[in-house]
Design a protein around this ligand. Structure first.
Ligand code: AHR
Length: 499
C-alpha cells in the first residue's frame, strides 16, 4: 500500500486567471479535418446544418470550444482568401501542396469558417498568409471581414451573403516562419512582421489581437527577436507570440512511434516528452520577463499535442491517427502546466480538432466518435476563465520506469467562474493507484463530486464499432471533517468540484 499524498489547495492565495482560450482548437485544410470532419456541404446525405455536419456540431457545442484557429498551419501560407468566397461552383481548384497533394476546391472559406466560429460561440483566430501573400492581400482580407460602411470590400461581403462584419478576435502574421512558412531567419521575419502588421487595419471596436509567429520546442531566439525587434506604436500592434510543440514518443521526426499497440517504455517516454513543454514555457517566459516586464504580450502555444506515425492504409499526408487513453493523460498534463503558467500562457490550441493529429473527434463518412482527448477537454471545461490557485503536495512519489522518473502526480486547482473550487489530478503511473488526502487552506472541503477517466489498457481507445469504450465515469468523493480522500486509479485523470 503506497503512502498517502497530502494535497493542500491554497484557496486564500488566488493567482492568475486561466484564459478560456488555453482550451482552443485548430482546423486546417489538411486531410479530413475540415472536409468530411466538419463540412459536408448542404447537399450531403450526412445530416447537416448549412453544410456543417450535425453530429460534430453538437459534440463541439457540448465541449464549449472557446477559440477556433484557421486556415493553417502550413496551409495558411499558401492560402489566398479570394479563392474561398463567392458562389462555390465558381471557386478555383488548387493543389494542397502541403498536405497530400490533393485538390482543394475551396468550398470552405472565410464565410464558412467565421459562421462556424459564431455558431460555436468561439473566438475567431485567422492566420494570415505571409509566405506567398502580399501586405495588400492581407490588409484586404481583414477589411473584408471587419469593415462596416460602404467600402467595395464590405459591399462584396454583403453580396456574398453577410451583411454585418464578423467579430475577428485574433490575426496572425504567417505561421512557422522558420519552416514551412518561408524558412526565414528571425531577424528577416521581424522586418516582415513590422511591414505586414502595419497595414492590418480594423475598426477600433473590432481590432484583432495581433500574433507574431514564433519558435518551437526549446527555441527562444524567435521570442527574443520579436520582443526586441517589434516596437508597437500607433500604426503597429503586437499582442502575442505563437509557439509550437509536438509530443512524439521517440522525440524524433522520422519515426515517431505508433498511436496504439505501444509498451510501457513508449507510454513513459511520451509523458516525459510532453512534460518538457514546461521547460520551454519557462525559458520563453524568462525572455519575456526581460523584454516585456509589464506583461503586455501573451505566450500563445497555438499548436500542441501528440504526433504519431501515420496509420496503415491512410494517406500519410493526412496526419490521421487514433487516440487513446495515453492522449487523454497527455492532454491533462498539459492543461495543468498551462494553468501553472496562466500569467503568460493566454492561449493554447491543440492540433487539431477533427481527424487530424490529437483530435477530439474522428469520423468515417457518416459515423463519428469522441476520443479520450475529447473527454479530457470536457472534464476540464470548468477551468475556462477560472482563477488559478496554488497547490502544495507532500509525500508525492515519482513514477519510475527504466531508470528514469517523472512526477507521480500532477495537480491543478482553481476557483471557477461560479465560485466553486475545482481540482484536477493526473496519475501518470499505469500500474499504481494514488491515495490523496485533500484539504483547503482558507476553506473546507465539505460537499464534493468528481469525474474520472481511466481504462484497463494503456492504449484503450474508441472505435466506430465501440465508440464508448473509453469515457469518464462519476466518482463519489469521501468528504469528512473538512477533508477529502481520493483514490486515483492507475493511469487516470480526475476532476473534483467542491461546492
Ligand atoms: O498541425 C500540422 C502542422 O504542424 C501545421 O500545419 C504546421 O504549422 C505544423 O508544422
Amino acid at each position: 500500500q503506497a503512502a498517502e499524498i497530502e494535497l493542500v489547495i491554497e484557496a486564500d492565495t488566488p493567482g492568475a486567471t486561466i484564459h478560456k482560450n488555453v482550451y482552443g482548437q485548430f482546423v486546417e485544410h489538411l486531410g479530413r479535418g475540415i472536409y468530411e470532419g466538419i463540412w459536408v456541404g448542404e447537399g450531403s446525405d450526412i445530416p447537416n446544418t448549412h453544410g456543417y455536419r450535425n453530429d460534430v456540431l453538437a459534440a463541439l457545442k457540448e465541449l464549449q470550444v472557446p477559440l477556433l484557429r484557421w486556415p493553417g498551419g502550413c496551409f495558411a501560407d499558401q492560402y489566398h482568401w479570394r479563392d474561398g468566397i463567392g458562389p462555390r461552383a465558381e471557386r478555383p481548384r488548387r493543389v494542397n501542396t502541403n498536405w497530400g497533394g490533393v485538390i482543394e476546391d475551396n468550398a470552405f472559406g472565410t464565410h464558412e469558417f467565421l459562421n462556424l466560429a459564431e455558431l460555436l460561440g468561439a473566438d475567431a483566430y485567422v492566420n494570415g498568409n505571409l509566405g506567398t501573400g502580399s501586405p495588400r492581400e492581407m490588409a484586404e482580407w481583414v477589411e473584408y471581414i471587419t469593415a462596416d460602411g460602404g467600402s467595395t470590400l464590405a459591399e462584396l461581403r454583403r453580396r456574398n451573403g453577410r451583411a454585418e462584419p464578423w467579430r475577428l478576435h485574433y490575426f496572425a502574421i504567417g505561421n512557422e516562419a522558420w519552416g514551412c512558412g518561408g524558412n526565414m531567419r528571425p531577424a528577416y521575419y521581424v522586418d516582415l512582421y513590422n511591414r505586414y502588421a502595419s497595414f492590418v487595419k480594423a475598426p477600433e471596436d473590432n481590432q484583432p489581437r495581433m500574433i507574431a509567429s514564433g519558435g518551437h520546442g526549446e527555441m527562444t531566439e524567435w521570442t527574443e527577436a520579436i520582443t526586441s525587434g517589434v516596437k508597437p506604436n500607433w500604426s503597429l500592434r503586437l499582442d502575442g507570440i505563437s509557439h509550437h510543440y509536438y509530443t512524439r514518443p521517440t522525440g524524433e521526426w522520422e519515426t515517431k512511434g505508433p498511436a496504439l499497440g505501444f509498451d510501457e517504455a513508449a507510454w513513459f517516454a511520451t509523458l516525459r516528452q510532453t512534460l518538457q513543454i514546461e521547460d520551454y514555457i519557462a525559458a520563453n517566459k524568462a525572455v519575456l520577463a526581460r523584454n516585456d516586464p509589464d506583461g503586455k504580450y501573451g505566450f500563445y502555444l497555438d499548436e500542441w499535442g501528440t504526433w504519431y506515425d501515420p496509420e496503415e492504409g491512410e494517406n500519410p499526408g493526412f496526419l490521421f491517427q487514433q487516440n487513446s487513453l495515453r492522449d487523454a493523460i497527455v492532454a491533462a498534463l498539459n492543461f495543468n502546466i498551462f494553468h501553472e503558467h496562466a500569467d503568460r500562457v493566454h492561449m493554447a490550441v491543440i492540433a487539431q480538432m477533427v481527424n487530424v493529429l490529437q483530435a477530439m473527434i474522428l469520423t468515417d463518412k457518416e459515423k463519428m466518435l469522441l476520443t479520450p482527448t475529447y473527454h479530457a477537454f470536457h472534464l476540464y471545461r470548468p477551468f475556462q476563465g477560472a482563477t488559478a490557485l496554488p497547490v502544495r503536495l507532500s509525500n508525492a512519489p515519482d513514477y519510475r520506469h527504466g531508470g528514469d522518473a517523472i512526477p507521480g502526480l500532477s495537480a491543478s486547482a482553481a476557483r471557477d467562474t461560479s465560485g466553486n473550487l475545482q481540482l484536477a489530478l493526473v496519475n501518470p503511473d499505469p500500474n499504481t493507484a494514488r491515495q490523496v488526502r485533500v484539504s483547503v487552506q482558507g476553506g473546507e472541503a465539505t460537499r464534493a463530486r468528481g469525474r474520472v477517466l481511466t481504462a484497463r489498457a494503456m492504449d484503450a481507445h474508441n472505435t466506430f464499432g465501440q465508440p464508448e469504450a473509453v469515457r469518464p465515469g462519476d466518482y463519489a468523493v469521501d468528504a469528512q471533517d473538512g477533508e477529502m480522500k481520493l483514490e486515483l486509479p492507475p493511469k487516470s485523470v480526475m476532476v473534483v468540484m467542491m461546492e
